[in-house]
Design a protein around this ligand. Sequence first.
Ligand code: XUL
Ligand code: CO
Length: 438
Amino acid sequence: MGRFFDSDKITYRSGAKREFLWYDPERVVLGKTMREHLKFAASYWHTFVAEGADMFGVGVLDKKFGGVDPFDVYRRKAEAAAEFMDILGIDYYCFHDRDIAPEAATLAETNRNLDELSDYLGKVMADHGKKLLWGTANLFNNPRYMHGAGTSPSVDVFAFAAAQVKKALDVTVKLGGNGYVFWGGREGYETLLNTDVGLEQDNMARLLWMAVNYGRKIGFKGDFYIEPKPKEPTKHQYDFDAATVIGFLQKYGLQNEFKLNIEANHATLAGHTFQHELNIARVNGAFGSIDANQGDLLLGWDTDQFPSDPYEATLCMLEVLKAGGFTNGGLNFDAKIRRGSCRLDDMLDGYVLGMDTFALGLLTAARILEDGRLEDLRADRYASWNGELGQRIRSGNSSLEELSDYALAKGDVLSSVESGRQEYLEHMVNQLLFSSDK
Ligand code: XUL
Ligand code: CO
């Protein structure tokens, strides 16, 4: 039994009251262990900070972990985090600067808090063999950021945000972080009546360039990520979705400096599927990391539920496998238990659910790739592009004149249009998901 959580280590099919049914960390799938494939991470903010308050009610969980004075509370959070991750066998964690140390009256004092408490966190995590997947700066909570941080109309606020990013990068590098995330919750607008979109986007790009230059100068070797989200808290966020962010990065010459951190619930808020967002990132060479969660399609906001849908997880893991797996990224559970799940140990059930859902997703995605039919059918659909004319167009050596002559000579092209066979493919995915004998 742990000091903070009433649980022994949770393992694969142990028969204990909490066990993994599919996540078997050392099982080898397509040449790598499940643990290496999935690279699970715990989100510090949802798991060790947020107490279940919502717009209509106060918190229902105590996450002081027995601490009394403020510093003691933060030190205990670090200890509880390491214990929690040990119980689940999770190797990575992610945090915002303000999750791990309290903000004080002045920036200098806040930075001192962060220095002291991040030293302690780093020591606890190193003692338990835990690694930092990514760090980030919370540029959305404090009232100074009400109109944005990197996109604030106030140059003073922009400077404060830059100072915060500098410090968050220092801490991320000190703790050996593999990544650094920008999520622009307030980088957007409420009304165009008072907003200079052009200047705000130019300024955001300036902040990102400063972060890249500073990060590389202090020896940060990991990946920078942008995490797209279309709205909430801002009505319209500039990092709307993967395609929008890729266009933005290209406009400002940042495409080689940033990858994307794709979050499932942000995808659905943008009117896309999780698979769509991952696919757009992958085909543009921008796939980086994942915030794993699940939205409720009947609700219009970011519910951040633990993933429970094996179908979604399968389509996600198919994209991850086709991207060649994670390099610096991983699978961060940016997820929280429902307010009515009001015991600390319910968080263990949330993680077991999420980890097993993704284990199922990995196993099924591997089965789909090994089976080969889906990939073969997709390739067949484009077979004409491997023919003589297809090759000439692909190499940029054709023209409207040539194709007009070709189409006039050919006459009918409808007879070369094949069926998309969507229902056949969906049935095949179900077969690979659910039939034990395939
Ligand atoms: C908010 C969200 C954030 C980022 C980090 O929707 O996803 O927690 O992941 O700032
Ligand atoms: Co997120």
